[in-house]
Ligand binder design. Sequence first.
Ligand SMILES: C[S@@+](CC[C@H](N)C(=O)[O-])C[C@H]1O[C@@H](n2cnc3c(N)ncnc32)[C@H](O)[C@@H]1O
Length: 393
Amino acid sequence: MQARIIVGGWHPALHRLEVQTLLEAAGIESEVEHPRVLRVDSDDLDVDIVDRCSSITRWLLGGGRVDHMDTEALLDTILAAPGPAPSESDDRQQSIAVRVENIDGGGVGISHSTLILELGARLASMGWVFDLQAPDYEFVVVCVGEEQAQHPEMEQLPRKAHILWGLSQPADSTSITWQERTGPMRPFFKPVGLDPRIARAMVNLAHPHIPDGRLALADPLCGTGGVLIEAALLGVHSYGSDLDEEMVEGTQMNLDWLWNEQDELAAVTIEVDDALDFTLDEPVPAFAFDPPYGRNSWQSEDGRELLLGTLTRCYENATDDARLITLLPWPAEHVAAMRAGKVVDMDEFHTYGTAWAEMRELIGNCGWTVLTTVPISVHGSLSRLLVVCERRR
Ligand SMILES: C[S@@+](CC[C@H](N)C(=O)[O-])C[C@H]1O[C@@H](n2cnc3c(N)ncnc32)[C@H](O)[C@@H]1O
């Protein structure tokens, strides 16, 4: 059966990469239809992937896709198909709700109330009962528009307005929310704290192995614990360290708070240590960290030796197939030039005072091959470059 995944978040290219990494690990092939839409072959919704990912807003099973059209024509098209029947194997009657959602400015001229009413009537005639608050399933219509997301420079993809529909399941609402775990909401806050969705994407991109209780991820520059919190929530046993005692104590405060808020967390080991000198008890398959940076770090060599030394220590502590994700300071001019439609050579832009072409080589000399990079605009004068690496064999 075909299914479609709707990718949310403020940076479709980054979040799509995260979704594709999780799909690949699960052996599910995907095809990009739109910056926010992936088509996959799947008969079931993979609840584990949806729960792990920072950015899947919908996984629509069955259903279909049409170009933008008016409400009547859309209803006729959806109703012409058989529609999802409730499963007969369950003793209990299964409940459903109809949802209509607009993304990227879609849905112009589409009447949500008409769709909800008419599609609801069809589903009722098929034996579904309705529960608008906590349904077992949702029948979802997603109107996709043509507006550009925040990082249009990354996308050379079709953006034609269209409409998708299919059967979905409500997201798990038992976890502590993204909003509740942003930096300022945690007991120990410093402005360096990573946004939880970026930290989650970094953990997923680092590809920690299926949790089996062993140490699976390390962040040797853990700061306030942004990466470690997401690893713990994903059931990934992690190690974190920082040279600054205050940061390590603060991370512990944040983890204690998390433990109070949430059950079933993986273990986290933290200690004061130098990233240039750390040694783990066993090799680890995944690393995710963001080295210190400031507004002008991209043009100053300060911090370069710390980055390279940390990469080398990670290599020494890594399994053969390990992956590593890092976030480097990056000039805002790169993103600005791409947005202006200029042809840009990334190799000429600098991070830690070093042209990217040379930095990629230096990263290679530390034992890591760069697989992908994603520029992330933070604000007018600061960008970061997310770098995905795998260990050299
Ligand atoms: C950008 S912050 C990390 C932020 C973190 N990801 C978070 O979510 O809070 C970089 C951290 O590196 C630490 N650091 C700097 N030099 C270090 C070293 N040689 N060894 C270990 N940690 C170091 C700093 O104390 C700082 O907490």
